[in-house]
Design a protein around this ligand. Sequence first.
Ligand code: PLP
Length: 394
Amino acid sequence: MPVTYLDNNATTQVDPQVLEAMLPYFSEYYGNPSSMHAFGGGVAARIQHAREQVAELIGASPDEVIFTSCGTESDGTAIRAAIESYPAKRHIVTSRVEHPAVKNLFETLSKKGYRTTFVPVDHEGRLDLDYLYDSLTDDTAVVSLMWANNETGVIFPIEEISRSVKERGIVFHTDAVQTAGKIPIDVGRTGVDMLSLSGHKFHAPKGIGVLYLRKGTRFSPFMIGGHQEKGRRGGTENTAAIIGLGKAAELARRHLAAGSYRCVDELRDHLEREILKRVPRTLVNGDRTQRLPNTTSLAFEFVEGESILLMLNEHGICASSGSACTSGSLEPSHVLRAMGVPFTAAHGSIRFSLSRYTTRSEIDWVLEKLPPIIARLREMSPFWKGAEVAAQSA
Ligand SMILES: Cc1ncc(COP(=O)(O)O)c(C=O)c1O
């Protein structure tokens, strides 16, 4: 059975052109880019080219691009660098809907004595900007906010936030891991100090990330070692992955310029519209106007997300749920809880995330298989029967 992959916010397929660009750097050009000989020097030149390709995708200058191992490392490095650079400041700010890469670091820092603010969101996942601005003080070392949410796709107004935070002289970092390749990123216009990317979210391999560091921003490295990345991230470069990331960045820029993502948007809208039409008591989680073009998070009332995923899996359909298995019970995710999605809906939330490889026939396959799955699960649900009786007697 073919795989219908609609879980691209979890990870993406490596683009064949990316793989092709990488392959010679495993067995043919395997020199160490730090070596004095020309064999290694040639690899260093290719890394520099990849740096330029990434810089072009985000409107940075190449020496503002630092290669890391993943989005998590980029996030952690940025936040730790900011607090180490301003040791007298003990207050840090983020939102209630961040990825664990930021959320769990903030919780750890809180235990270490930092005063932490987790800015709330409304029922559509939009950030409470007044709450954010009111929380900022002279003691605030850093504000770290995601550009786009991995579960709902909701986009925060990063340009406006960046301006306001920086006017107060506070370092601003954004986690743009879900943004790259889906909407344009221009670090010049947004004015962010630091920004994180992860290769495997935009058709490069896993295990490679980027930290953009604006020139002049105070910094201290997390990985201390050799002089690689101008001393800002020690460790021998993951050469093949860096070259793949460069190619992926070039392809992402070209696809964005050509408007290819509009097709993804249309497919996502078609999927969403048809599901809403065919499956009663279904809600969309999050603001539909400020949202990534590839993501829809749908709440099917009175069913369990995990059961839906298992049944979709029988038809080769890959998606993900809005629950996390903690201590044996299926808890709705912290994102849906922060948005105040009712329990009966949060439990049955499913995220579909598309990519430029998603086809119309894959969407049609989901539309054929999903409605009967929900109907069958609801027939087995005592809560659904109760809801039906309540609706009839109302
Ligand atoms: C918003 C966001 N930030 C950070 C990460 C972590 O990236 P990585 O898997 O490269 O560590 C993810 C991955 O899902 C993400 O979606």
